[in-house]
Design a protein around this ligand. Structure first.
Ligand SMILES: Nc1ncnc2c1ncn2[C@@H]1O[C@H](COP(=O)(O)OP(=O)(O)OP(=O)(O)O)[C@@H](O)[C@H]1O
Ligand SMILES: [Mg+2]
Length: 304
């Protein structure tokens, strides 16, 4: 449960778990570097290259052309925001990039390999080794702890328990949740649940992180926390493609691609990429300077 009282100053801020976690995720930065280095030797080709990518959903007699010939290249280390109105094909595109679905036609090259022609097993293997996926709704197992949720993909990979838990703890530290290992999802705030989901996406050391509206269920401040984590991960070389409806969120990316009616209608570099970490720090400083007159700082009451 949360209360929206408005404490101010360093002492209260230190008791704000979000602020504490933000600080602890800064401290874990070298860990993140170690974590994200697995794919550095993968060569110079683009992480993603799609050509004339099309997806037609068939429902009985009806065909729904969700993607109608998309060409996009994403280089290693880029941070791309995908925008566009509802129904324009963003999630369809992400599901294809994430190898959760196959295109109707066109090519998808992931780290230099053409995916669409691979067998289902080979695709599953590629997905497990290269891709982390974060969804708007977190998609955590309610009955499992944060640690167990994050370790789960490694169970599928057949890794021994001790190693699974070691890696899961490390991933949770990277997102600033080293102190929430045994919490279940309902004992965590929305932002913390999304951070568990990010840790789960990172646990296989992917070269590509896909996020479909990861801040869609979160308030502005919590959304900024998530973007600060994603920017930090991107700073260590992780390639990120993120869908968002919000221009404010897309401004944290380096490049913005807009979809409309299943086509890319614009693809532009962001001239002044915003730093979510800087903006969060400014926000915290403003709040402490404003005292009780500032925007409320949330205090989480720990649950028994
Ligand atoms: N499984 C499906 N079966 C049939 N049609 C689908 C399916 N998934 C998506 N569509 C249709 O494909 C089009 C693109 O949908 P998509 O979910 O990719 O849009 P979106 O850009 O992600 O929208 P939103 O912003 O609302 O999430 C829509 O017209 C949608 O109705
Ligand atoms: Mg969508």
């Amino acid at each position: 449960m949360r209360t929206d009282d408005a404490p101010a100053g360093a002492a209260e801020r230190a008791s704000d778990p979000d602020a504490r976690d933000a600080v602890s995720s800064q401290r874990d930065v070298p860990d993140a570097r170690e974590r994200l280095s697995d794919h550095e030797s993968e060569g110079a080709h683009a992480v993603i290259s799609v050509r004339r990518l099309a997806k037609v959903y068939r429902m009985g007699q009806t065909s729904i052309p969700a993607l109608r010939g998309v060409n996009v290249e994403v280089a290693r280390g880029e941070f791309v925001a995908i925008m566009g109105p509802s129904g324009s094909g963003k999630s369809t595109f992400m599901n294809l990039l994430g190898c959760l679905d196959r295109p109707t036609s066109g090519e998808y090259w992931l780290n230099g390999r053409e995916v669409s022609r691979l067998s289902a097993d080979a695709i599953a293997d590629l997905r497990n080794r290269h891709i982390g996926f974060v969804f708007q709704g977190f998609n955590l197992l309610a009955r499992a702890t944060a640690l167990a949720n994050v370790a789960l993909p490694l169970l599928y990979a057949g890794m021994p328990r001790e190693e699974r838990e070691r890696r899961a703890r490390r991933a949770l530290r990277i997102v600033g949740l080293g102190n929430r290992l045994e919490h279940h999802p309902q004992q965590l705030s929305g932002g913390q649940q999304q951070r568990v989901a990010i840790a789960r996406a990172l646990v296989n050391s992917p070269s590509l992180l896909l996020a479909d509206e990861p801040t869609g269920n979160l308030d502005t401040r919590t959304g900024m926390d998530i973007m600060a984590i994603l920017q930090r991960l991107n700073g260590f070389g992780l390639t990120i493609v993120l869908v968002t409806h919000e221009a404010d969120i897309a401004a944290y990316a380096q490049r913005q691609i807009s979809f409309r009616d299943g086509l890319v209608v614009s693809d532009q570099a962001v001239t002044q990429q915003r730093s979510a970490t800087d903006e969060l720090q400014e926000l915290l400083a403003r709040r402490s300077a404003d005292g009780a007159g500032g925007e409320p700082v949330r205090i989480r009451e720990e649950q028994a």
